[in-house]
Structure formats: C-alpha cells, structure tokens
Design a binder for this molecule. Sequence first.
Ligand code: ADP
Ligand code: ASP
Ligand code: MG
Length: 408
Amino acid sequence: MALIVQKYGGTSVGTPEKIEAVAEKITRMHGEGHQLVVVVSAMSGETNRLLELSAAVHEQPSAREMDVLLSTGEQVTIALLSMALQKRAVEARSYTGQQVHILTNNVHGKARIQKIEADRVQKDLAQGRVVVIAGFQGVDSEGNITTLGRGGSDTTAVAMAAALKADECQIYTDVDGVYTTDPRIVPEAHRLDRITVEEMLEMSSLGTKVLQIRSVEFAGKYKVPLRVLSAFEEGPGTLITYEEKEMEQAQISGIAFNRDEAKLTILGVPDQPGVAFNILGAIADAEVNVDMIVQNVGEDGTTNFTFTVHRSDFKQAQTILQKLARELKAREVSGDDKIVKISVVGVGMRSHAGVASTMFKALADEGINIQMISTSEIKVSVVVDEKYLELGVRALHAAFELDQAVEK
Ligand code: ADP
Ligand code: ASP
Ligand code: MG
C-alpha cells in the first residue's frame, strides 16, 4: 500500500467522459489499497475562457479579483470528479486550496506556496477516503484567494506530495512522459525513461510546459519521487531522478524552446561605469524580468546594450528604455518582439566538448541566423527569428541524434 499524490491536467479532465475515465482509474487504484490524493486542473480551455471573460469586462482587472475568477475553474473539476468517484462507491471529498490550507504569499497571479497544513487530508486518508484537491490555488494570510501561475496545478501536486511525504507524485497528462522535445513539433521525439532534476529544471525554465518550473524546484528541494505519465495509456512514463545517470551520457537530453520572448537594444550609450546598472535597474524597478543580456565592446566611447524580456513585458520595457535613452543621451532604442529562444539541455555537456559548435553548425546549415547566445554548465540557448522555430528545433533534434531512441 502506498500513499500516492496524482495530478490530472486540463486535457485529462476536459470532458465529462474523460472525468469518468479518470474516476475509473482512481477507483481501480484505490481498490488495490493505495491511499490517494488527487489534484486536478480546470477543464481544458477553461482558464483561457475565464481570462477572456475578464478582458471583456475590464482592460486591467485587479489581480485579486482575477484570482477569485481563475480559481473557479478548478472548483468545477474537483466537484465533478468527486461525484464520478461517489458514483463508483468510492468515498471521495473535494477541497479548494483554501479549504486544505494551502498557504501562499500574497502575490496574486504567481503566488508561492509557503505552508500546507495537511491534517485534514491525513484524517480523510486514514478513513479510507480519496481526497480531491483543486490545483493552482491557495490562500494568503489574510484569507484572499491566490493562484500559482499558469501550469500551477503541477506545483500544488508536488507540494502536497512533499507535505504528506508521499511515496510517489504522479503527473498525468496528454503525453506519456517527458520527451526529447515537444512531440507536437518533432514527431520523431522520443520519451525519456529518466531525466535528472537539474535537466528538468532547465527544460522547464527554458519553456517546456510539461512541468511548471516551481513544481520541479519543490521536487528538488524535498526529493519528491516524481513521475510524468499518460492519463490515457498504461506505461512507465518518465521518472525525475536525483542522481547523475551512471550510464554513458548522450551529449544532450532535450531541446526546449520559448515563444514568449522579445528583445530590446539601446544603441550608442556612453560607455562608462554604471551603464548596465542604469539600464537594468530601471527595468527591474518596473518588476520586468530580464533574461539574456549582451553588452557590445565599446567603440568611440559608446556601446550597445541588448537584453531579452517576456513578450508581455515588451511594450512596458520599450517605454522605459526610450525615456532612459533621452536621459543617458543614447542614440536610439530598437526592439523586436518576433523572436524565440531555443535551448539544448543535458548534463552530458559537462563531459562533452563541442556541443555549442554542433548547435551553431546545424543552425547555419539551415540558414538560420543566431541573434544572441547564452550558455551555462548544462545548456546552450540561442535567440532566433520566430519564423525559424520549428525548423531550428527539428534541425537540432536531428543534429544531436535525439531521434535515435537511446536508453537513458
Ligand atoms: P496539462 O494540461 O496536463 O498540464 P500541459 O499542456 O501543461 O498539460 O503539458 C503537456 C504538453 O507539454 C504536451 O501536450 C506537449 O505538447 C508539451 N510539451 C512541450 N515540450 C515537451 C516535452 N519535452 N515532453 C513532453 N511534452 C512536452
Ligand atoms: N488551470 C491552470 C492553467 O490553465 C492551472 C493548470 O492547469 O495547471 O494554467
Ligand atoms: Mg500543465
């Protein structure tokens, strides 16, 4: 008998029929004697529908009311799934994030879980009940409803698993595991049996949506046994591991990409101490996150400074930079919000030289111009024009021979 926390994503509970199928699966596992806590997302499309509704009523709705609105999606699915379980004579109880006391900070829209009081859940489990919890939501110290950011149900599940010291956290979704890259873009992508937590952290932070980054952070911090699986088919899925792979390493394990990128350049800034601080300080004060940064070698006493931001922050960052350019007597500001970032990730990079050159050659062979580059110990990222996203990812997948199923 094991204590298992399961999470079913939006597509897995997207219709009444799918909810029934999930209920069947839970009923079977409960019948085998497992203790089950089930976290669910809103039905697929529902969170976006709620976002559209709010946009129709107010251009800039308050973050507090947005969370009240968005959290309703998950409340629908917990009730429906519990009903479907009860129909199968399984004693089930649904709880919102507030009811299970998932305590968060007060940053609406991207709140962080600070504490989970799991007593109530434990009592239910002890009585043989299946506990069904709304993902993506919590409550702050003043009782306001908060949400955890898109994809946040993953984090609810992993945090619940950590709080309950569960034997395993199973993330059920519409693919049967973590792939070498998004199988929707590269049909030859293959499922990884295992991926190290470090690699998964990079993949998530570089745009791979299969696990929300914060869920992977939680998993790493508390060493939560974590697996990504298909909600519809049986299979081993992908296990997140906490030790280096002993077997021979592939150069890279996966390719991540992010479409939500934009870049800004301030040209002809007087090259003197404090330039980077002046520019990025003003951007940071506006709570805009900066990702890649490049400062060119100065010439004639001036330099060019380029950085990337989330596409939704582009306009705001541009306005700040234009004002700054006047103050700093810079020549001009240019920007491009039609760029994407493609990254290759793998702990194998530590022991293989030449990953970057293989990457650059593969892109050059396709005539893809690289606009920016950044590297870290286990990843290389490039910024390219968004029209090259699919081509670039496919070329890299082939260049690193990821389409040849290798045992990981
Ligand atoms: P859920 O609704 O279950 O939370 P998500 O849409 O958040 O599901 O995540 C699953 C999706 O992530 C898949 O349908 C797939 O298209 C996408 N994806 C992107 N990169 C990968 C990858 N490397 N491996 C698996 N899935 C990926
Ligand atoms: N429903 C939320 C979203 O669409 C949370 C989740 O699915 O994990 O982002
Ligand atoms: Mg998701």
